[in-house]
Design a protein around this ligand. Sequence first.
Ligand SMILES: *Cc1c(COP(=O)(O)O)cnc(C)c1O
Length: 387
Amino acid sequence: MIPYGRQEISEADIEAVCRVLRSDYLTQGPVVPAFEQAVADYCGAKEAVAVNSATSALHIACMALDVGPGDWLWTSPNTFVASANCARYCGASVDFVDINPKTYNLCPEKLESKLKLAKASKRLPKVVVPVHFAGQPCDMLRVHELAQQYGFSVIEDASHAIGSSYDGIPVGSCTHSDITIFSFHPVKIITSGEGGMALSNNSQIINRMKRLRSHGITSDPSLMQSRPESEIWNYQQIELGLNYRLTDISAALGRSQLPRLDDFVARRRVIARRYDQLLHNLPITTPWQLPGTASSYHLYPVCVDEGTAGISQRYLYASLRRGGVAANLHYIPVHRQPYYEQLGFREGDFPEAERFHRKAISLPVFPALGAEQQQVVVNCIKEALVP
Ligand SMILES: *Cc1c(COP(=O)(O)O)cnc(C)c1O
């Protein structure tokens, strides 16, 4: 089977992990801060906090912005469930903004009209989480303007988009947001096994996230309550945090991968361009790119419209599987998940995301995908389209 995504591990990566295993620290050693610094420098952000997953990063990002009961977080329905769940962990409510049918990202115009209504009913969101679906950056300038106007914070879920850029600026710079989060799960652009990171240009937010990553504990005397001179207090827990730490073992893998990020993304772009060309004359829709953005192509979603193509998405999906191509689906709209339906969402609430889900198939994209393998994928599609 040709998988839809696959990590690429070098001998240098293996050596970097082994070096940690032979060292004094398996966790909370020197490699985590070195990895954080390297990612922050790459993106042009002030600082970064490494954690054990992007899900954890989203959670502490919400906590650092004081998201809690009574608050609303809005995100795209076309995403992985973690983009919405972070609000639920904090006891806050979730709502969605439907996608733009061309970019498949949260639609800024729909966001604006929803904000107008929310303002009238005094239910404005505290946080909006734009998701850079497939690696294509959301229209962040528009989202940022609306954030200024309506007073909400912005967390970019850039799980798909390390290595992407918007207006020539790397995703992760936090130019148009309060916090950006990355995932280092093996199917993502670079990996640390499991892992994630939250970046910000706001030192207060960074310090808070660092504390929340490790139980809410501080060893900064200026933050501690005074206690009798006779007692030793080398740390204090000043709020409720978690253990979301990344190990040095994982950080070593991520840090070793980072210098190859540009190469990984360049190869993904070559693959995407080749699909663009090979699929050009077929009755399926290839991904449209918002001008001014450069995608890392975590995914290459194509859309099959039964009316135009003469075959259903389901049929093409099965044909690809039969032909040895493990194509995938991204995403079942989050509001259609049973957990979210129990909260009151139902089919029809976000029609563009639902339409996309009924048409889209993610074709294999990963750096080592060869031209011959790509031809296998394209031949499968062509055969399925023959009446
Ligand atoms: C993968 C992913 C996450 C979660 O990442 P983990 O590191 O697995 O927790 C969150 N959001 C999106 C959009 C993702 O694709």
